[in-house]
Design a protein around this ligand. Structure first.
Ligand code: SF4
Ligand code: SF4
Length: 527
């Protein structure tokens, strides 16, 4: 750890607006160590597992690939590479259903495992990272395909800006019910998480790193505190925050820890704060110390619909049903399969979809769960949703504008500040699926924005084409003019030459006549 970093005295914790106390149900899955899922025969790797532009494939069907080999590179700056989780053969690149609230398909790379487990050649930078430049470390993180593993999946290297950041926050709050993958990760890999925090701190030149954990995770708190004591640099400090959903939201956590509100139009980095999930810090540690790209993650498989809920380390691309099978299969009264938690997750149509980088939890509900099963009623304007909204929005207004497709008013009412936490829908006595309305409205606005951009691009292309034609016309005319001028000059020169030639011939003829005359006169005189 560099000595420029210094310990900052602990600030008192504050609280964010709204939020909910929820039944946690974390005990189902956090009682056992992380287990590892055995390799399967086929892996499906979606090209879009992150926020940003889809990645560009580097392989084709029939290619043999090694474990950890980059299969697709980032499509542009805000994008992420994907890698092969096994050694094997590419059997296809085609559309396949992917885990997404829209239920739509996307381009995926299919790999048949050869079970040889042959890695690409890896050269880790290791402890030398302290002598490496920030841009070099960011490149390693980018090439490793690391994205925010708390669920946001924003490319991590992009988040680690060139700006010097004062405070790094490692988010171990994990506030959503049922999910415990970060909890067990902190218990089992506290030292490696600190190592990842140290690397990020080196990249952004942070002066302090706050690790935030909710007070319902005593074992994780103990493990992280022991690692911090052992580190002894004073760079890290642990803050135990009250259990209140959604304290793990980026803006909510910043409010609790640093008492700063991140304005609508700004990002935390503009307030000199960078937030990374603890699992992301762990992945960064693996990339720097073992040259390992992001090919696996810890997934909580839980809920009353699973026989043996637990946390498992899963290779990206593994079919979800293999995870369920590893956990003892479905119970008799299992019902819905949800990716994510009960508040922010979304239900899936099939369990054959692949685990992706965003898959922090597979929750299986039971048929006797009555959540969200009651009939929707009209809004009674009770205001309960307003009281719990952590983003200080007016959820009932957003609902009204979303249902009337009034996009201007939705934007004015800060729809895009909605973190889709589901608090409003949870308390709504009319059982209105508010978050579904917001998601649909956001997708519609994004689509309109894409269409507008695409029509702007078409217009610009048309204008550029017209300008090119006009320029070509002018160039042609100029060439013709120059040609004409050249011909005219040639003609003038040739005329002048002709004229000069005639004058010379006449002069010669006159001279010859004169000479003859003089000769004749001489002859006469001689006679
Ligand atoms: S909680 Fe439901 S019923 Fe009450 S104001 Fe909000 S949307 Fe309307
Ligand atoms: S889902 Fe959006 S509108 Fe509803 S409480 Fe959460 S942030 Fe507020």
């Amino acid at each position: 750890m560099e000595q420029t970093k210094s310990f900052t005295a602990q600030r008192p914790l504050t609280h964010f607006h709204g939020g909910l106390k929820l039944a946690e149900n974390k005990h189902l899955s956090n009682r056992s160590a992380i287990s590892k899922l055995a390799q399967g025969r086929e892996y499906i790797i979606p090209l879009q597992q992150h926020i940003g532009v889809i990645s560009d494939p580097l392989v084709k069907p029939g290619d043999r690939v090694l474990k950890g080999q980059m299969l697709a590179r980032p499509g542009n700056l805000v994008s992420a590479a994907v890698h092969s989780p096994v050694s094997g053969v590419i059997t296809g690149i085609k559309e396949h259903e992917v885990p997404h609230p829209s239920g739509l398909s996307d381009q995926c790379i299919f790999i048949e495992n050869d079970f040889k487990d042959e890695w690409i050649e890896r050269r880790a930078i290791g402890d030398d990272y302290n002598h490496s430049t920030s841009s070099n470390l960011r490149k390693i993180i980018r090439d490793a395909g690391i994205v925010g593993l708390g669920g946001a999946t924003f490319p991590s290297a992009v988040k680690q800006t060139e700006m010097h950041i004062k405070t790094l926050v490692l988010n171990g709050a994990e506030c959503e019910p049922y999910i415990t993958c970060d909890d067990v990760m902190m218990r089992e890999h506290a030292k490696e998480i600190l190592s990842g925090g140290d690397i990020i701190g080196h990249i952004i030149k942070a002066r302090e790193c706050i690790i935030a954990i909710e007070d319902n995770k005593p074992e994780a708190i103990k493990a992280m505190q022991a690692a911090i004591d052992n580190d002894g640099t004073g760079f890290f400090q642990l803050r135990v925050v009250p259990t209140l959903y959604p304290s793990g939201g980026e803006k909510q956590l910043i409010k609790i820890l640093i008492d700063k509100e991140v304005p609508t139009t700004k990002h935390p980095v503009e307030l000199s704060i960078l937030v990374h999930n603890v699992a992301t810090a762990y992945a960064i540690h693996r990339a720097i110390h073992y040259a390992e790209p992001l090919i696996s993650r810890v997934v909580t498989v839980t809920g009353p619909g699973v026989a043996h809920p637990q946390n498992i380390e899963v290779l990206i691309g593994t079919p979800m049903n293999a995870c369920i099978k590893h956990c003892g299969g479905y119970t008799e009264n299992s019902d819905e399969l949800i990716m994510g938690g009960p508040m922010m997750g979304f239900s899936l149509d099939a369990d054959t979809l692949p685990v992706i980088k965003a898959t922090n939890c597979l929750l299986v509900t039971a048929k006797d769960d009555v959540i969200d099963k009651q009939k929707q009623q009209p809004c009674i304007r009770c205001g309960r949703c307003v009281a719990v909204c952590p983003a200080k929005l007016l959820p009932q207004q957003l609902y009204w504008y979303a249902s009337t497709q009034n996009t201007d008013r939705l934007v004015e009412h800060h729809l895009f500040d909605c973190i889709e936490c589901g608090c409003c829908a949870y308390v709504c006595p009319s059982n209105i699926p508010l978050v579904q309305y917001y998601r649909y409205a956001k997708t519609t606005i994004w689509q309109q924005e894409r269409e507008r951009k695409s029509s702007d691009i078409s217009r610009q292309r048309h204008e550029a084409h017209q300008q090119r034609l006009e320029r070509q016309k002018q160039e042609r005319e100029e060439k013709l003019r120059q040609k004409r001028e050249l011909l005219q000059n040639k003609e003038k020169i040739s005329n002048a030459k002709d004229k000069a030639g005639k004058h010379a011939a006449i002069a010669e003829a006159l001279a010859r006549a004169q000479a003859k005359k003089e000769q004749r006169n001489k002859n006469k005189e001689t006679e």
